[in-house]
Design a binder for this molecule. Structure first.
Ligand code: MSP
Length: 512
């Protein structure tokens, strides 16, 4: 059933070029977007860059550049990465765009009009790296330097006139909202974290800064720029033509279905954002999913820690699909995941080359040698055949549920199990010994090709390029496939030709 599905990635800070953590969020979001399209949904997938605030201003100063020119340069590397990662985003938003300024000013004016904002003075800790305010109890002193306990970033003391958003007023409504919408924040561990943070008491939030200028000006007080998180979060609306709420995009896609974010920015998305929206009387998104961190060694991969794995280097060396597959499969979704080139190589060899690649190659070669690449006809399924084919039909609804619950690992495990089962089926059925029984030989080959078709459809959102090659070999149109087609057993046109398939994944010699 076609329905509307709006998925977003965080908008990335263009303070330095993208790394594997950014690639991870984007690849996962792309996986969901592709899956939902395969299911027939009308999808809008948004990504972009978050370009205002002190963090960016300082990064530009450090590079002796005008902040806008600096952002133009680095934002482009994020946009280029979207192409390199084969993302199917429908838009790429930059917060320095006029359409976004208009939308942020509009939200600000609504909040001001509704008396949700007042002018006062902020004195407290601020982390420029996180663009976040921290309470005294969230700070620790390490080697004489004050740092945020949660992120480890250095904080500085700020004292200045500031506009405040009446966040405290939304404490109860937020708790009620979490209660009524138990799946608003996932996974559950993050939900609990947010609930206990809100229960511990919310203070009003400083939503403007006066001591620097790189941002969107407060409409009625040009001495202030709007807090970069109020600015940034609004991007999710700006891309849908907000404040034009009659526009087709806004009407079709707001409220967002899924904000996919890293766990580091949960508070902004699961507390501040719904509070801003409630206060402005705008419907709330359906879900915020906070995934874990990509770790290098035991630490979060980040520019400031200098332990970056460059996605471009990895893609140049191993190809894009192996990286997409590895990140989606290897990291237990929702938790932190340690990645390494060594494990990536193991994954390419075992799952992609030996399991999927091998299945496709041997079945298609067998069809070439014995059936001149024709899809067999005169087929009669026996119980063994129906058993393995029916698994997909029987599990179809569960597979969709996995995706709707963001349980990516169960989805991938199903694929891996079916790959093993399909290889085993081909071995056990020994079609090479059935040359005297052409009906049985035909049926085994047909079943094996059908299994490849079903698995390839399932793999399409994960490794689109390789999946498309196999679909092409099977003479199927990649643009027309639908997820529901994994349920059918006789989709391949009998008697028609298939095509030869080049090696899909090269095995890596680990002794090299
Ligand atoms: N600009 C803000 C987000 C604003 S959204 C309205 C921001 N940007 S960021 O560039 O610092 O990071 C954005 C996201 O990148 C993180 O939330 C996370 O999704 C992803 N990652 C950055 N480093 C990461 C890892 N090491 N591991 C996994 N993802 C991480 O925060």
């Amino acid at each position: 059933m076609p329905n509307n599905f709006y998925i977003t990635t965080p908008i990335y800070y263009p303070s330095a070029k993208p790394h594997m953590g950014h690639a991870y969020s984007s690849i996962i979001a792309d996986f969901f977007a592709r899956f939902k399209r395969l299911q027939g949904s009308n999808v809008f997938f948004l990504t972009g860059t978050d370009e205002h605030g002190l963090k960016i201003q300082r990064a530009a100063e450090k590079n002796k550049m005008d902040p806008k020119l600096f952002c133009d340069q680095i934002s482009k590397t994020f946009r280029d990465l979207s192409t390199t990662l084969n993302l199917t985003n429908n838009d790429f938003i930059r917060t320095t765009e006029q359409r976004h300024h208009k939308s942020v000013e509009n939200i600000w004016n609504i909040l001001e009009k509704k008396n949700e904002i007042y002018l006062s003075k902020y004195s407290g800790w601020y982390s420029v790296s996180d663009e976040a305010y921290y309470n005294e109890d969230e700070i620790e002193t390490v080697d004489g330097i004050k740092k945020s306990k949660s992120s480890g970033s250095t904080v500085e003391w700020v004292e200045e006139e500031s506009f405040f958003f009446k966040l405290s007023k939304w404490e109860k409504p937020l708790l009620e909202f979490y209660q009524k919408n138990p799946k608003f924040i996932l996974p559950d561990s993050r939900r609990n974290e947010v609930i206990s943070f809100v229960k511990s008491g919310l203070k009003d939030l400083s939503v403007s800064r006066k001591s620097f200028s790189w941002g969107i000006k407060v409409p009625n007080n040009k001495d202030h720029v709007i807090y970069v998180w109020l600015d940034a979060l609004t991007n999710y609306l700006s891309a849908l033509n907000y404040p034009d709420i009659k526009s087709k995009l806004y009407q079709s896609f707001w409220p967002a279905t899924l904000h996919l974010i890293g766990k580091d920015i949960l508070r902004f998305h699961a507390v501040y954002w719904p509070a801003f929206l409630m206060a402005a009387d705008i419907p709330l998104p359906e879900r915020v999913y906070g995934h874990g961190w990509i770790l290098s060694g035991e630490e979060k991969m980040s520019k400031s820690k200098g332990n970056i794995l460059d996605p471009l280097e990895i893609i140049n060396k191993y190809g894009l699909d192996p990286l997409r597959y590895y990140l989606i499969k290897e990291v237990s979704f929702g938790n932190d995941g340690n990645i390494s080139q060594d494990k990536l190589e193991d994954c390419i060899n075992s799952d992609l080359a030996n399991n999927y690649g091998n299945l496709c190659q041997r079945v298609i070669s067998f069809t070439e040698k014995n059936l001149k690449l024709s899809i067999p006809n005169k087929i009669v399924f026996n119980d063994d055949d129906l058993k393995i084919l029916n698994i997909f039909k029987n599990e179809h609804d569960n597979l969709i549920k996995y995706i709707d619950d963001q349980d990516i690992n169960s989805y991938v495990n199903f694929i891996i199990n079916q790959l093993f089962a399909a290889n085993k089926y081909f071995n056990d059925q020994e079609p090479w010994k059935k040359k005297a029984d052409i009906e049985r030989l035909n049926t085994i080959v047909y079943v094996a090709l059908e299994l490849i078709r079903k698995i390839t459809i399932m793999l399409n959102p994960i490794i689109p390029e390789s999946s498309n090659k196999v679909l092409k070999a099977l003479n199927l149109n990649a643009d027309k496939i639908k997820f529901d087609e994994i349920k059918t057993h006789e989709s391949l046109p009998q008697g028609k030709k298939i095509n030869k398939l080049d090696i899909l994944f090269k095995k890596i010699d680990k002794n090299d």
